[in-house]
Design a protein around this ligand. Structure first.
Ligand SMILES: Cc1cc2nc3c(=O)[nH]c(=O)nc-3n(C[C@H](O)[C@H](O)[C@H](O)COP(=O)(O)O)c2cc1C
Length: 246
């Protein structure tokens, strides 16, 4: 490709290639290993997630065939069990014996750079608000009580599904968790991790008969502000709206 036509994406791809002639991985320095997961110890409210298992497993191949993006939701609420199952599918601990806290979705190097926040809009027995998933405790920590639907819709370029849905997942990345090992190449893996999580949300929602749509179009700093993160060490990467279908 003509050098002059190369954009930041082309240069990123080029400079983060593993190569047999000397692994010249681009690096801006040595990174400190950061904490494995985030917790909000001063939160006003902590909600335990029920240990739930789907009563009868939906057929995997039917689920794959039926998965579609749904953007129109009814005004019905999700049950707390349904929300717990969706969270389990995206970030549930599937090997509690291991120090790595292996999850339902894979992660490069088992470093788990993605954090999960949920805007619970209409979930039975859960007051509306933005919650953070405490992965170690499998609890939801209340960060911002109240209806954040309007703010989220504006942040999501006017896409109303983030406020008409019963719940919206907000996934952020703490790049430092991966950069100490993979340096700048870490960003490739971070976005792949987010993609796996998003697909698990789609499949779990489909298996439960719910509608789901993941969202990449949003004003980054507005979403970051809504959940109170700095946009530098931690930044929003992906959203997913879920709700009951009409
Ligand atoms: C990374 C990614 C970002 C997406 N962002 C949006 C979005 O911002 N708004 C939207 O309506 N759909 C979004 N979608 C959903 C796609 O439009 C949808 O997957 C595509 O049209 C194919 O349809 P299907 O999911 O029903 O198979 C996104 C999907 C992916 C994988």
């Amino acid at each position: 490709m003509n050098e002059a036509k190369k954009g930041i994406g082309d240069r990123y791809q080029e400079e983060t290639k593993y190569s047999r002639d000397g692994m010249k991985i681009y690096s801006t320095g040595v990174f400190e290993r950061t904490e494995q997961y985030k917790q909000y110890p001063d939160t006003a409210k902590v909600l335990p997630l029920p240990h739930v298992k789907p009563a009868a497993g939906a057929d995997f191949w039917d689920t794959l065939m039926q998965r579609r993006s749904h953007r129109d939701f009814s005004s019905a609420a999700l049950s707390r069990d349904e929300l717990a199952l969706l969270i389990f599918a995206t970030q549930g601990l599937t090997d509690e014996e291991s120090q790595n806290m292996f999850r339902a979705a894979p992660s490069a190097g088992a470093l788990y750079p993605i954090e999960t926040y949920v805007f619970a809009n209409r979930v039975e027995t859960i007051d509306p608000g933005i919650y953070h998933l405490n992965i170690a405790e499998q609890t939801l920590e209340l960060l911002r009580p109240g209806d954040c639907g309007r703010a989220l819709t504006i942040a999501a370029l006017g896409q109303a599904m983030v406020s008409t849905g019963a719940a919206t997942f907000i996934w952020t990345a703490i790049a430092g968790r991966s950069k100490w090992k993979y340096h700048e190449r870490a960003y490739r893996y971070i976005y792949l991790d987010a993609g796996h999580i998003g697909q698990n949300l789609y499949l779990a929602a489909t298996a439960l008969g719910l509608g789901c749509c993941t969202i990449g179009a949003f004003f980054d700093s507005q979403v970051n502000d809504i959940i109170g993160i700095d946009g530098e060490n931690e930044t929003a990467v992906y959203l997913g709206a879920v709700g009951k279908k009409h």
